[in-house]
Design a protein around this ligand. Structure first.
Ligand code: PMV
Length: 360
């Protein structure tokens, strides 16, 4: 497939008004996407667990205009209130996807969106937000062209979400999504995320992710700036090669349920992401002292308890604590006893692997 497959020909139906709602989850990368080419093409492939509790719900009410307008026409409400500062991002997104959804200037849209997690939690809402928006728009396109099948619908929703925020393309389906061309996975593509197509051992079903909110402040580095720092980065070439190798290694790990190797790959990926930011110019340390306290506590507990708890990080100070369903009581007790003290205002979010977006 190329991006041209997503440019529609004339629509068979006419619709004047309607409303559509989607709830779309966030995701947590196991192999990280960090570095991109033009048009949100990833510099390396990545894989993520789709989450369940951290989600965005978006509704779009649409009304056909008397004639096509010269600019995008939309209102935006966040948590019930008009939110002007979010509009420029959506306008840019509409501009990027207009050639794939040529009806965008023919309607007025009222976009109402809300997150299941607190806005100022330091949890990125771009993956869930952009995927929810892309799914609503695809739903409108499906009304204009009912022949669109589910496979194409999901691929195009992922393709559009990617143009909003790269990692958003991994939030359409679940529970394990790969994005980015990889030689071992024939279906994989730089254009959209696909469901991981090979065997996954039962131990990875119902995996838990407790998100420890270490620092709820604004992100120190936006992901746009972060991705850019991978251009001319002295270690970029090796890092991109390492992501390919880790994805290859994960195939056996997923099929055999090899948790020891899973932990090694996932924690190494998290630390490598941060190492890339520490060694770029300008350089950034995105962990906080409490991030390191938590990591050390996790290592000590894993050693003493013989459990398989591990961590991963996004481009920030919060820690995602990952553990299998069979160890949930023991690990959650440990989190409450020993880790919550390091969270800002004691805040954390109990999440788990999820199965993708839902139409409401
Ligand atoms: O989707 P973006 O452009 O916000 O990039 C997200 C990058 C990481 O969250 C750090 C890693 C990933 O693969 O999700």
């Amino acid at each position: 497939m190329t991006h041209k497959n997503f440019i529609p020909s004339v629509y068979s139906n006419e619709i004047t008004a309607g409303k559509v709602t989607y709830k779309s989850p966030s995701n947590i990368a196991l192999v990280k996407y960090w570095g991109k080419k033009d048009n949100q093409i990833p510099a390396n492939p990545s894989i993520s667990f789709t989450l369940d509790a951290c989600a965005t719900t978006t509704s779009i009410s649409y009304n056909k205009l008397a004639s096509k307008s010269s600019d995008f026409s939309f209102d935006l409400l966040f948590e019930g209130k008009p939110k002007e500062e979010f509009k420029p991002k959506i306008k840019i997104f509409f501009g990027r996807i207009e050639s794939y959804l040529p009806f965008l200037k023919e309607y007025h849209f009222k976009i109402e969106t809300s997150n299941s997690f607190p806005h100022s939690s330091g949890i990125a809402s771009s993956a869930s937000g952009m995927s929810a928006l892309a799914l609503c728009l695809m739903s409108i396109e499906k009304k204009l062209n009912p022949e669109i099948n589910q496979d194409f619908f999901n691929k195009k929703a992922s393709f559009l979400a990617r143009l909003g925020s790269g990692s958003a393309c991994r939030s359409i389906e679940g529970d394990l999504i790969q994005w980015g061309a990889h030689s071992d996975i024939a279906e994989s593509s730089d254009l959209y995320g696909v469901k991981y197509p090979y065997k996954v051992h039962a131990v990875f079903k119902n995996y838990h992710d407790t998100i420890l909110l270490v620092d709820k402040g604004q992100k120190q580095v936006s992901s746009t700036v972060g991705h850019d720092l991978m251009h001319n980065h002295p270690f970029a070439k090796n890092r991109f090669a390492q992501a390919h190798e880790n994805l290859t290694k994960l195939q056996a790990v997923f099929s055999e349920g090899d948790l020891k190797s899973f932990i090694e790959i996932v924690e190494s990926e998290a630390l490598t992401l941060h190492a890339m930011m520490m060694t770029s110019l300008p350089y950034f340390v995105l962990m906080k002292p409490n991030t390191l306290e938590i990591i050390n506590k996790i290592w000590a507990f894993r050693e003493s308890s013989n459990t398989n708890v591990c961590f991963t990080l996004d481009a920030g100070a919060n820690v995602h604590v990952l553990y299998p369903e069979s160890e949930k009581e023991e690990v959650f007790q440990f989190i409450k006893n020993e880790l919550v003290a390091y969270c800002e205002n004691g805040q954390y979010i109990c999440d788990r692997i999820g199965f993708g977006a839902k139409k409401l």
